[in-house]
Design a protein around this ligand. Structure first.
Ligand SMILES: Cc1cc2nc3c(=O)[nH]c(=O)nc-3n(C[C@H](O)[C@H](O)[C@H](O)COP(=O)(O)OP(=O)(O)OC[C@H]3O[C@@H](n4cnc5c(N)ncnc54)[C@H](O)[C@@H]3O)c2cc1C
Length: 409
């Protein structure tokens, strides 16, 4: 990897996006960089949000306050400048990016703009389905669900209490389980018979959570069903409508009624990248072994908008992967700025994955061992808290952390 040529001016490092990848890169740089550099983080909100908690915010079991961390409160502003802006386009030839606030120049660029839901061009998804793509989107969904439950005494419209979740991967299952676990309370508040609300979770694959073992996925399905969630596998959503979805299952079409639809069937990279001159596959840039953009060696791409393959296996986009990538790129830049080279290619350490099933249950794999039940829920909280510790120390864990006997609603 190239070395930094000494110049009179401090080199400019520009980080785009303050999610798991971008924020981790900024923190690594601020903690370890001794050489002089101008570091700027640009993100479209003035806070980092824990995407992995959005399903809880969307159901109202976690207040948005707890999933939101203001950048200026945790960054060392003498070392990292924060700018709130939305990035719109790129000019890599002239080392510039453009946002609503104008042009930003860089010597080194870290692109960490995250994901966008992928609707695969399916009719009606854009218009009728909600997506868990930001804190604001999660809050909107929370308000809608609660409103519909509270107004049921006037509307008496059963479809208002029918929630359809498209996608049986991580996001869909965590959301459906969180909602399932809150149905008793919502029914009690609204004086609604428990048999009226319906939650249906639809997936194209033959089983839910296909990244887990068959046993773990069967266990997760059983737990969901215990909450009263209907799980439909091998069902392809072919259209979303205002009042439900049309699915194709075993060659036959079916209409599932419901006024609240969540689309969580897939993600792609950021749309600003799709429109750029970078070579992308579904908005994601295929990076080299040092996480650089193959066309421009001063541009790094991390997190969900990077397509990273090791030994030809493409890794699924996760917060764990994004954070490791951000840390690696931060360290690589430190080496370059100190006049040495990064010789070690990036290597993803897959420590495991946990899917929560409500606040006190879950399934997962940790260091290749299957886990479940309350222990899985404990580890899920531990993972969230470890992230907080890494970016803001013990103080942030006590303030925003996840603990067994406190749901912070
Ligand atoms: C409900 C849900 C649950 C999940 N659970 C897990 C889990 O348990 N474990 C796990 O490992 N992964 C989980 N994931 C996936 C994980 O959240 C993502 O892989 C991770 O957030 C990717 O990190 P990132 O830094 O690439 O992007 P993000 O965390 O999405 O960050 C992108 C950042 O860029 C900003 N941004 C976007 N566009 C622009 C723009 N144009 N201009 C400026 N700023 C912009 C955003 O505001 C955001 O701050 C979950 C995802 C969801 C939705």
């Amino acid at each position: 990897m190239g070395e930094h040529k000494t110049s009179m001016k401090a080199p400019k490092i520009l980080i785009l996006g303050g999610g798991y990848g971008g924020l981790r890169a900024a923190i690594t740089l601020q903690e370890r960089l001794k050489a002089q550099a101008e570091i700027t983080l640009i993100s479209k909100h003035d806070y980092h949000y824990q995407t992995t908690l959005l399903h809880k915010v969307a159901i109202g079991t976690l207040s948005a306050r707890k999933a939101r961390i203001y950048f200026r409160k945790i960054l060392d502003l003498d070392k990292v400048r924060f700018i709130k802006d939305k990035i719109l386009s790129f000019d890599p030839e002239n080392k510039r990016v453009f946002g609503n606030g104008g042009a930003y120049e860089y010597d080194y660029l870290i692109i960490a703009l995250g994901f966008k839901p992928d609707d695969f061009g399916i009719k009606g998804v854009a218009e009728h389905a909600h997506k868990l793509s930001s804190l604001n989107a999660a809050l909107k969904l929370d308000k809608l669900i609660e409103y519909r439950f509270k107004e049921y005494c006037h509307t008496k419209n059963d479809d208002d209490l029918s929630v359809i979740v498209c996608g049986t991967g991580f996001t869909g299952i965590e959301f459906a389980a969180e909602l399932g676990s809150r149905l008793d309370e919502l029914c009690l508040i609204g004086g609604i018979p428990r048999e009226v609300p319906k939650v249906t979770c639809i997936g194209r694959s033959e089983r839910i959570l296909p990244m887990f073992s068959k046993k773990a996925s069967a266990l997760a399905k059983k737990k969901l069903e215990a909450f009263g969630v209907d799980v439909i596998c091998d069902g392809e959503v072919i259209e979303c409508k205002e009042n439900g979805v049309v699915i194709k299952q075993n060659g036959e079409e079916r209409h599932i009624k419901g006024n609240t639809i969540l689309w969580s069937a897939g993600v792609k990279g950021n749309d600003s990248l799709e429109k750029s001159s970078f070579e992308t596959t579904k908005g994601r840039i295929k990076v080299d072994e040092y996480l650089r953009c193959p066309q421009y060696k001063n541009i790094y791409v991390v997190g969900d908008c990077a397509l990273y393959a090791s030994r030809d296996a493409i890794h699924a986009p996760t917060a764990q992967l994004a954070a490791q990538m951000g840390d690696y790129v931060g360290k690589s830049l430190i080496k370059i700025l100190n006049g040495t080279t990064q010789k070690k290619p990036f290597k993803f350490q897959h420590r495991g994955t946990v899917c929560s099933i409500g606040h006190t249950d879950g399934v997962g794999i940790i260091y290749k061992k299957s886990i479940g039940g309350e222990f899985a829920a404990f580890l899920k909280n531990f993972i969230e808290n470890k992230w907080l510790y890494g970016i803001g120390g013990a103080k942030l864990v006590f303030k925003n952390g996840q603990f067994r006997y406190r749901t912070s609603n």
